[in-house]
Design a protein around this ligand. Structure first.
Ligand code: ARG
Length: 260
């Protein structure tokens, strides 16, 4: 059930990416006027946000590595087909920075259920762009999170030209896995839910792979990776994110093996 939802999400992301025509924040949609309940991010507000050409988001982890979702990539190995766009909120901006990939590392054991993280290695480092540190403990796995992306601004909507952002509250595993919500579909140790019981604010197709983050002891830290959800911003269907703290040791050692 969940597996084919993920597949559908990938298809939707690929199709929308291929046909991407930036629409000025769906003024015609009164319910979800911006990125499912979000607003536009300011230039430079989240400098490490990355748009990936397959229609996903990502976060700059180091000058050559973009942390994204496993379901955004096909396999581990050499790969020069992905373009990363960085340094701008407006994907059409002439000051955007682009880099080609040269390698993809997909979480070992990924089979469409859990383990939803991956690295894209850039062919050359980017300079002058802040990176987003990942959490290394569960200390920040609650509270209020920020989400951002160029994905759909409403369920079934088109991809966005301008980066949108929103905040969502943590939802406990017990609540998220209750019969009212995901009824056991969430892998409690590896995934973290966030959203409102009433819906209205959420990540959506095309935001996958992007970071969920919050303020840590000294600035922003990445707590989650956009992974899946039932539709977008539906009541009782929070967004489900890869719980970065659970994978932080594996993520760090993969980064080292990829050259930092
Ligand atoms: N899997 C989706 C993607 O490929 C992201 C889904 C997030 N959904 C949600 N309701 N939070 O972009």
């Amino acid at each position: 059930m969940r597996r084919w939802r993920t597949l559908l999400a990938i298809l939707a992301a690929v199709v929308t990416a291929a046909t991407m025509s930036p629409s000025p924040a769906a003024a015609s949609d009164p319910v979800t006027p911006y990125v499912v309940g979000g607003t536009r991010a300011a230039q430079g507000e989240f400098p490490w946000m990355v748009r990936l050409s397959m229609g996903c988001g990502g976060a700059l982890y180091s000058p050559t590595l973009v942390l994204t979702a496993a379901h955004c990539v096909s396999r581990t190995g050499a790969n020069t087909s992905i373009t990363a766009t960085l340094g701008v909120v407006d994907l059409q901006s002439s000051s955007r920075i682009t880099r080609r990939s040269n390698y993809v590392y997909r979480a070992p054991g990924y089979n469409g259920n859990g383990d939803d993280w991956a690295f894209i290695r850039l062919a050359s480092p980017v300079t002058g762009i802040a990176t987003l540190p990942i959490v290394t403990s569960t200390a920040y796995d609650s509270g209020t999170f920020t989400i951002a992306g160029w994905g759909a601004a409403s369920e079934g909507g088109s991809q966005q030209r301008y980066l949108l952002k929103a905040t969502v509250p943590f939802v406990s595993d017990a609540t998220c896995n209750s019969s009212a919500m995901y009824g056991g579909e969430v892998i409690a140790a590896e995934e973290i839910c966030a959203g409102y019981t009433s819906g209205g604010v959420d990540t959506c197709q095309g935001d996958s792979g992007g970071p969920m983050f919050r303020q840590g002891a000294s600035g922003w830290v990445q707590v989650g990776i956009v992974s899946w959800g039932d539709g977008c911003a539906r009541p009782n269907k929070p967004g489900v994110y890869t719980q970065v703290s659970y994978f932080s040791a594996a993520i760090r050692s993969a980064a080292t093996s990829l050259g930092g």
